[in-house]
Design a protein around this ligand. Structure first.
Ligand code: LMR
Length: 396
């Protein structure tokens, strides 16, 4: 039965990690996958997470199944983080959250639920977008259309083009929006632009699906939710897939959530029963550990304060690396202006390097970045930045 199965192409992001691991060079650098590193080049467990785990070890009394939607307290704290503790969406009972395995699992559940239960069969995604989005949505049976986003000439957002393309969307079409820290470009709409997006989406009766994987990595935990909350205030129905891989450093716990917001509670309850059915048919119910960590931290004021500080530290270190990167490129004699990198948000920088330059960085220098030219700034350190910049100067 396997004779005619063709080999799959390597994954553009995780496939790079596989190649990186096989590379025998000692001075190799992995700036492919979005994983935060300290200045010592490590990805340690956060202190807030360790403390929560200690508490769980003492207090956990059973490994019984969770309900299909996961840990109740977790789902509550997720909503508060997304919409704000005093949000009317929460008090009106319009939001329904199910814990899910990471951002990918959350997106997949959302997409499958939509395909099987609603008229929304088309999803508009930004060009460019995270390499896995198309995989997920196609696998779930959605049809993908693209809206323009990144303008290579200005290294900024092509906002007119974005709105122009979304104006072509039809009522009920889904629009994938990156809540903050757009992956891969690092370029987010500003406040007025979010407002205009909200107005357009509402006027055309489109359905936003937010991918919110970097809350806290842009300007702050609350600040980064501003775009989501602006759109949420303008439309009656939408979905959010969020992830705690990055902001809690819980990569291998696969912890995220899918949140459905309906126009009223009764309709939401019906729709959410189908979200649960989708989950049951996929993995029955979610694993507990990641959700227990997040809910313990967010519901314990002392732990929450430690976590907020840790997110701030990560955010500020990445911002420092952006500045150092730009400065060091100039010091290496690179004439091209890379100052736009310091204005980008989140883990990634869209460098503008082309495929050939990316390939050369890998083969000649052992520096791994994504084929699109996306660099994980979160993997830079004061000691590897000079090496990276020297190599980039050479390939340019
Ligand atoms: C990334 O974009 O590098 C991360 O979201 C990791 C992944 O799964 O691709």
């Amino acid at each position: 039965i396997f004779t005619n199965v063709a080999a799959a192409p390597a994954d553009p992001i995780l496939g790079l990690t596989e190649a990186f691991k096989k590379d025998p060079r000692e001075d190799k650098v992995n700036l492919g996958v979005g994983v935060y590193k300290t200045d010592a080049g490590l990805t340690p467990v956060l202190k807030s997470v360790k403390l929560a785990e200690e508490k769980l070890l003492q207090e956990e009394t059973s490994k019984n199944y969770l309900g299909i939607e996961g840990v109740q307290l977790y789902n509550k704290v997720v909503q508060e983080l997304l919409f704000g503790a005093n949000s009317s969406i929460i008090s009106e009972g319009r939001a329904f959250t199910a814990q899910a395995p990471g951002g990918t699992g959350s997106l997949r559940v959302a997409a499958e639920f939509l395909v099987n239960n609603t008229e929304s069969k088309v999803i508009w995604v930004s060009n460019p977008t995270w390499a896995n989005h198309k995989n997920i949505f196609e696998a779930a049976g959605l049809t993908i259309k693209e809206y323009r986003y990144y303008d290579a000439a200005t290294q900024g957002l092509d906002f007119e083009a974005m709105l122009g393309d979304l104006a072509q969307a039809e009522q009920g079409d889904l629009v994938l929006l990156h809540g903050c820290c757009h992956n891969p470009s690092g370029i987010d709409p500003v406040t007025e632009q979010w407002q205009a997006i909200a107005e357009l989406v509402a006027a055309k009766q489109l359905v936003p699906l937010f991918d919110f994987a970097y809350q806290g990595f842009g300007d702050g935990v609350e600040e980064d939710a501003a775009g989501l909350r602006t759109v949420a205030a303008a439309v009656p129905e939408f979905l959010v897939a969020n992830s705690f891989s990055k902001n809690f450093g819980l990569y291998n716990e696969r912890i995220g959530a899918v949140t459905l917001v309906a126009k009223d509670q009764a309709e939401g309850e019906k729709a959410f029963s189908q979200v649960k059915r989708t989950i049951r048919a996929n993995y029955s119910n979610p694993p507990a550990h990641g959700a227990l960590i997040v809910s313990t931290i967010l519901s314990t004021p002392e732990l929450k304060a430690i976590w907020e500080n840790e997110v701030k530290e990560m955010r500020e270190r990445i911002a420092k690396m952006r500045l150092l990167f730009v400065k060091t490129l100039a010091a290496e004699g690179v004439e091209q202006d890379f100052s736009f990198i310091s204005g980008q948000k989140g883990m990634f920088s869209f460098s503008g390097l082309n495929k050939q330059q990316v390939e050369q960085l890998k083969t000649e220098f052992g520096i791994y970045i994504v084929g699109s030219g996306r660099i994980s700034v979160a993997g830079m350190t004061t000691s590897n930045v000079p090496v990276i910049c020297q190599a980039i100067a050479k390939v340019l």
